[in-house]
Ligand binder design. Structure first.
Ligand code: DX5
Ligand code: ZN
Length: 224
């Protein structure tokens, strides 16, 4: 099943509620929230209070992508603020198994994220634990970057492993997903599509979300 997860990173933060509602009208079914600490990635964004405010304006699952050095210290606060899904970077976690179980202990779905330079093989021991794997198709830190096509083979590999090992994780893709890249992503196995700039960067977020989701569903139908 294909789902669109608009990233609020490219939204107008002064009108966040309105922008989230517009994306929802366009067919978004998850809201992607990018958390950056200025250490793991060279940028700063938001923390639990904004997640708490978002919780008041939407019933959609809040997908918190933690691009931070010490996720264990903040997972409880994001869960309390209303996060439904929490993902952590493989590269940031010294005790990844423990961190994923910590997320689950807060009744959130647990995701693991890999940067463009990190191979799928590093996830071998956690694929049976996670609810989703997030493949970064740009280097994390900023919206509006160019899609890196050499990440596509990782989505294909995750599909392959899932069927070989009879696992059930879902495959999320983040970075540079737009009308010109979405069909490649869906054909490679991307199921939860994060899009910031393509939804909020210009024009009407509702129309942008609708067009992107339609293109994704069309690519998925062609795949069958
Ligand atoms: C990048 C973030 C992304 C970003 C995607 O570090 O994790 O979620 O907002 O933005 P676009 O879709 O503009 O590449
Ligand atoms: Zn993200």
């Amino acid at each position: 099943m294909i789902e669109l997860a608009p990233s609020i990173l490219s939204a107008d933060f002064a009108r966040l509620g309105e922008q989230v509602r517009a994306a929802c009208e366009g067919g978004a079914s998850v809201i992607h929230v990018d958390i950056m600490d200025g250490h793991f990635v060279p940028n700063l964004t938001i923390g639990p209070p904004v997640v708490k405010s978002l919780r008041q304006v939407t019933k959609l699952p809040l997908d918190c992508h933690l691009m931070i050095e010490n996720p264990d210290e903040f997972i409880p606060a994001f869960a309390d603020a209303g996060a439904d899904w929490i993902s952590v970077h493989q590269e940031a976690c010294r005790h990844l198994n423990r961190t994923l179980h910590l997320i689950k202990s807060h009744d959130c779905l647990a995701g693991v994220v890999i940067n463009p330079a990190t191979p799928v093989s590093t996830l071998e021991e956690v694929l049976g634990i996670v609810d989703y794997v997030l493949v970064m198709s740009v280097n994390p830190g900023f919206g509006g970057q160019k899609f890196i096509p050499t990440t596509l083979h990782k989505m294909r590999r995750l599909v392959e492993i899932r069927s070989q090992r009879a696992l059930s994780y879902r495959i999320e893709v983040d970075g540079g997903v737009a009308l010109d890249t979405v069909s490649d992503v869906v054909r490679a196995g991307g199921e939860i599509l994060v899009a910031g700039n393509a939804v909020f960067g210009h024009g009407d977020p509702s129309k942008n979300a609708d067009a992107l989701l339609k293109a994704a569903i069309e690519a998925a139908l062609q795949k069958v």
